[in-house]
Design a protein around this ligand. Structure first.
Ligand SMILES: N=[N+]=NCCCCNC(=O)[C@@H]1[C@H]2[C@H](O)[C@@H](O)[C@H](O)[C@@H](CO)[C@@H]12
Length: 446
């Protein structure tokens, strides 16, 4: 393989999520979600932005799939909104919600674009939150029933399934930091959410196997930040390692592949794990077909006895994106190489990688050179990882479209396609044109 060309059949895609792009959150019988409630609660999002309209993808999905085809995408990662299917999370089924995703999947297949479906990308049915949400052990059954119904309705056409998107962010940004839905600040709730997401994930994998979906594959998508020690001291090295075990793939892959939480978690924060959590570990240890890795940035960790887990991040003067996140491509390689070395997954997909920059429209064009540079630097590291034994099979740029960036609302743009929220007009950015050439050449050098 030439040093700049990706393997044949490498799966080039782009990713989105239901609440971030669809709009119409309560249309056609859909139930409310915790993000509908959270964004409608004053003070929770920038400018009071909500997902009420977003990119109006619920109505413009055909136009957006035509854009994907124009870009030459081989695959498209999107999420299904649980409350569109089960308005109350369980029980009554909303056929109009199922119908939307039927039309979406059929249109993708018509365009010869492979669907990768995320079953849960944070928009929990609000009715289930009223029953405790991810802190209620029964959610493992509610979620598995929802997932199983999706396998039955879409398994004939959808072969690639992701159970959960970034369970760490759901658990800690949503239940400890309070910056995401459901807006809690309770560390015990956070670890309960970790544990119940793992239980839900593994029960669903077992059910997926029983459904025997022809050529079906199932995995999980995990958030990652590359944590480097601030100094070559044992205390900084230990603090960076603990941050890695807590906030990156080990927190979930250790239970899934090795049947227990990471050593550092058990040593330092086991008090926050649910009572008798050990009783569930055998069931959680369930083989998956691929690991989804999301990567955006890195940080420097310095020992600090006053901080949670004994470490705090410190500056190192790297350039940053509009999110204030370091641009650190080397960290992408470290995360990819690390997951292969620590768990040796059969397959790895980069399910999200991308950057927010201050995009401006000039004469109906968006010259986002910084995003092209970011993507190129990270693709170089992805290819380096493949050349060093990582079983990387595909890459999904985050995101196809500018969209609702959670608590940041519409103030941060990650898309390779620009969205004018006043007119809902789409403009392919220079990065989208560049990415289209990457796909055509199967290389970032052309
Ligand atoms: N380890 N660690 N973790 C903390 C780092 C979390 C960084 N934010 C993400 O990963 C979210 C992910 C999300 O899927 C998508 O829905 C968001 O739009 C993007 C952009 O924000 C990214």
């Amino acid at each position: 393989m030439s040093e700049k060309v990706f393997p044949k059949d490498f799966m080039w895609g782009a990713a989105t999520a239901s609440y971030q792009i669809e709009g119409s959150p309560l249309v056609d019988g859909a139930g409310s979600s915790i993000w509908h409630r959270f964004s409608h609660t004053p003070g929770n999002t920038y400018n009071g932005d909500t997902g009420d309209v977003a990119d109006d993808h619920y109505n413009k999905y055909k136009e957006d799939i035509a854009l994907m085809k124009e870009l030459g995408l081989k695959a498209y990662r999107f999420s299904i909104s649980w409350p569109r299917i089960f308005p109350y999370g369980k029980g009554k089924i909303n056929e109009k919600g199922v119908d939307f995703y039927n039309r979406l999947v059929d249109e993708l297949l018509k365009a010869n674009i492979t669907p990768f479906v995320t079953l849960y990308h944070w928009d929990l049915p609000a009715a289930l939150q009223d029953l405790g949400g991810w802190t209620n052990r029964d959610i493992a059954y509610w979620y598995t029933d929802y997932a199983d119904y999706m396998f039955q309705r879409f398994g004939d056409r959808v072969k690639n399934w992701i159970t959960l998107n970034e369970p760490w962010v759901m658990a800690f940004v949503g239940h400890f930091m309070g910056e995401h839905a459901p807006g809690m600040k309770d560390l015990y709730a956070s670890f309960s959410a970790v544990h119940n997401q793992l239980r839900a994930h593994s029960k669903t994998v077992k059910t997926f196997r029983e459904e025997n979906i022809k050529e079906g594959k199932i995995g999980i998508t995990l958030s990652n930040t590359s944590h480097d020690p601030a100094a070559d001291s044992q205390e900084d090295i230990d603090a960076a390692r603990l941050a890695h075990e807590w906030s990156n793939y080990p927190l979930f892959l250790n239970p899934i592949y090795k049947g227990d939480y990471p050593k550092g978690i058990k040593e330092h924060v086991s008090e926050f794990l649910p009572h008798n959590y050990e009783n569930d570990l055998e069931e959680i240890k369930e083989k998956i077909d691929f690991v989804g890795i999301n990567y955006y940035s890195g940080d420097l960790v310095k020992t600090d006895t006053k901080s949670f887990l004994g470490g705090k991040t410190v500056e190192r003067g790297l350039p940053k994106t509009e999110m204030g996140w370091e641009i650190y491509p080397e960290g992408f390689y470290k995360i990819l190489k690390g997951v292969q070395e620590e768990y040796n997954p059969k397959e790895v997909y980069v399910t999200e990688n991308g950057a927010a920059f201050d995009d401006k429209v000039v004469n109906q064009e968006v010259h986002d050179e910084k995003r092209i540079e970011y993507l190129k630097q990270h693709l170089e590291q992805a290819l380096r990882a493949i050349q060093n034994g990582v079983t990387l099979k595909g890459y999904f740029a985050w995101s196809l479209l500018d969209n609702f960036e959670w608590a940041w609302g519409y103030s941060k743009r990650f898309g390779i396609v620009y969205v004018d929220y006043k007119t809902q007009k789409r403009i392919i950015k220079d990065s989208g044109k560049w990415y289209s050439q990457v796909i055509k050449n199967n290389s970032f050098e052309f």
